[in-house]
Write a protein that binds this ligand. Sequence first.
Ligand code: FAD
Length: 473
Amino acid sequence: MADVTIIGGGLAGCEAARVLAQAGFASTLFEMRPARPTPAHQSDRLAELVCSNSFGSVLPHTSKGVLLEELRRLGSIVVRAATRHAVPAGASLAVDREGFAGDVTGAIGAFDSIEVRREEVTAVPATGPVLVATGPLTSDALAASLATHTGDASLYFYDAIAPIVSAESIDRSVVYAKSRYDKGEPDFLNCPLDEEQYHAFVDALLAAESVAPKDFETACYFEGCMPIEAMAERGRESLAFGPLRPVGLNDPKTGRRPYAVVQLRREDRDGQLYNLVGCQTKMRYGEQPRVFGMIPGLQSADFVRLGAVHRNTFLNAPRLLADDLSLKTRRDLFFGGLVAGTEGYAESSALGVMAALAVRAKLRGETFVPPPRTTMIGGLMAYLREADAEHFQPMNVNFGLLPPFEEKIKGKRARRLAAARRALTDFDAWIAEQDLGWLEGVPTEDLFEGVDETVPRAGRRARRRDAAKEAGD
Ligand SMILES: Cc1cc2nc3c(=O)[nH]c(=O)nc-3n(C[C@H](O)[C@H](O)[C@H](O)COP(=O)(O)OP(=O)(O)OC[C@H]3O[C@@H](n4cnc5c(N)ncnc54)[C@H](O)[C@@H]3O)c2cc1C
């Protein structure tokens, strides 16, 4: 009889099964394909990549680069297979998708203590520990069963993501802090648009190239997750009377009401990230920094997360999950991968490893200690615990998730390299405390070897191109 039931043989489920196997625990890994396909997967392989074949940048001053390095240091089966099946892609880790998924499928099959069962799990098993890693396309029957544990209002089926910018890149001489009608604390930053700026912004929204919804996504456009450009199509003034309405938001500099206002809502505890309220979008990633950069105050904004609207099953993590990724109301039911409230291949893999380490701790009667928040995985887990539950959105890794330095470090690139160094040093210290004997064979490399820290800061256009690239456009 297996020690653990894992549901979902994707990136997270495979990472979880191998961690538990290496830790000496037997698991049953349920994967419903090929008997029951999803609308996006094409094969019967485990760990199939459903869209892009890229895991993102491996450069040390990028958030993905640091995350991939942390995963590698955890002996990640995903990163190992990706490295073996890498295809030339500049500074990104891109793979031959069939070779990659075949490699992971073979590696999982080689563990005697993992039983792979090709069956759909239609209800959450009553006996734990259970680790749910069923991803964005969780089957309907299981989603309905999960909803009985989470409540309907905390289990989502669509992502309507607005872009997020770093606080340091917002032009404070233009925006002003204020809540509508001055009710409560002035928690929002407000970007005022005059009539001309508003109409230019609407024109740009309407002219921008969008991503066509997939067949299984078309039902998505109920109010509340309608893309901003779809709302703008209803009439040139609809945004000014909708999410960009200026009432109660007079600009203290002029004393007058702007024609329209884009509000920025704080996204994290330290106030390093701001979300563009109501700006969920299906515009292509390459278009977003250009169009949203027309908003006064955001001309030089650093877009750490671009917007999207797509099918996605995920939990409201800050409301539902405990520190060890188990359900607060059922502590033997764990969540890993995208369903736990993250985005991205590497992030999903990381949360598969973390959920498995948490299950291991439970089986050993120990307390799971997540990596420190100065690390990429630790920063992501802190976000899942501490994000505003009212407006929770799944998150990719980014440097805004890490605590700022007390001393001022000049230049974005230098700040990022310093944060990356600190992340990996702290990650190694955390690993050393975790009793991960199986890591002995994992080579340690210096991610920073040959990194030129004197490279001049990129221009605005290059920064936007990089942001779009890093987001995987
Ligand atoms: C259409 C789409 C495109 C995406 N494109 C990208 C991209 O280009 N880049 C990127 O970084 N991220 C992308 N993502 C987001 C995310 O990174 C991936 O979905 C990632 O694969 C998530 O990993 P996971 O392990 O959580 O889930 P998955 O890799 O989806 O694995 C979940 C597995 O669970 C199985 N399953 C579901 N329900 C059941 C059940 N009831 N019983 C048994 N098995 C079940 C599924 O068949 C699947 O194999 C995309 C998401 C979607 C929906």
